[in-house]
Design a binder for this molecule. Structure first.
Ligand code: SF4
Length: 280
């Protein structure tokens, strides 16, 4: 098959930076801890395990230990608890996520109610919520709009999780603007996400089938899959070549490849050469 690989495929700057910071510290034989996986990708998680980076569910004794805050960021309470427990913090929060925290805090200080559009349980969303003094109104795009709650508000600031679907967000912002009299909108979907989503709207139209490489638990990978599947029914999400059944590509001459922000180049390369080897 002919393969068209999206120019945006591979780690985003924020994920690359967090991985580099973690490997730099792991390489110094320092004890490095993390509250959860560095990224939603099995092969990266495996590499980190081999390097001795420890994943923890709760903060324990921190003296002499490093705690890496992942690219998604964390609530202020995590920083405070980590310092209290004695950890040295290595903050790998993506600068673009930091900007979201700052925008939300600045508008909260101005007396605006913060409305956050994001996936309810995603770590980045929990981090944004936890960087504010009052809990924001959370709007999860997969759930109905809380119209009754919004009708009670006069002045809101809308902030968005960095990896949300631009089109869905625009539709939600229009609906909120029709309900609340004073709306300030911060389009905080990051540039790397926007670039990926742009390609996810083009490649499915000029290829017979699409492959999205990444984990189903990765927010931005799921979004790419949704956009692509909407335009091309023959869209498949895979973790690695192990998930590819060549039989599904019957009659496919051209296949497009998209990849999430947490998918390593090595996996993308393997997938591309495997797809090229398939004779439909
Ligand atoms: S998806 Fe965007 S905000 Fe999130 S880590 Fe990557 S560059 Fe940063």
């Amino acid at each position: 098959m002919k393969v068209e690989l999206a120019a945006s495929a591979g780690f985003c700057v924020g994920v690359q930076r967090a991985i580099d910071m973690a490997l730099e510290h792991a390489g110094k034989n320092e004890e490095l801890f993390m509250l959860g996986d560095i990224v939603h990708n099995d092969s990266v998680v495996e590499l980190f395990k081999k390097k001795g980076v420890k994943k923890i569910k709760k903060l324990g004794r921190g003296a002499g230990r490093n705690l890496l805050i992942r690219a998604h960021g964390a609530p202020l309470s995590v920083y405070a608890a980590a310092r209290k427990a004695g950890y040295k913090i290595i903050d790998a929060t993506c600068p673009m996520v930091k900007e979201i925290h700052e925008a939300a805090r600045a508008d909260e200080k101005k007396g605006r109610i913060v409305v956050l559009i994001g996936d309810e349980k995603h770590e980045e969303v929990l981090g944004i919520k936890g960087s504010l003094s009052k809990p924001p109104i959370l709007i999860d795009p997969s759930k109905p709009l809380p119209v009754r709650k919004l009708k009670q508000l006069k002045k809101v600031s809308i902030i968005v999780q960095s990896t949300q679907n631009s089109e869905k967000v625009s539709a939600i912002v229009s609906k909120i603007s029709a309900i609340v009299p004073d709306v300030a909108f911060h389009d905080t979907i990051c540039v790397p996400t926007k670039n990926r989503q742009k390609e996810a709207k083009v490649l499915p139209l000029r290829n017979d089938a699409m492959v999205v490489v990444g984990s189903g638990s990765s927010a931005n990978t799921k979004r790419l899959y949704e956009i692509s599947a909407n335009l091309n029914k023959r869209t498949y999400i895979i973790n690695s070549t192990r998930d590819i059944d060549p039989g599904i590509f019957r009659g496919v001459r051209k296949v497009g490849v998209l990849a999430g922000a947490s998918t390593p180049d090595s996996i993308i390369k393997q997938v591309v050469s495997f797809l090229r080897s398939i004779d439909p």
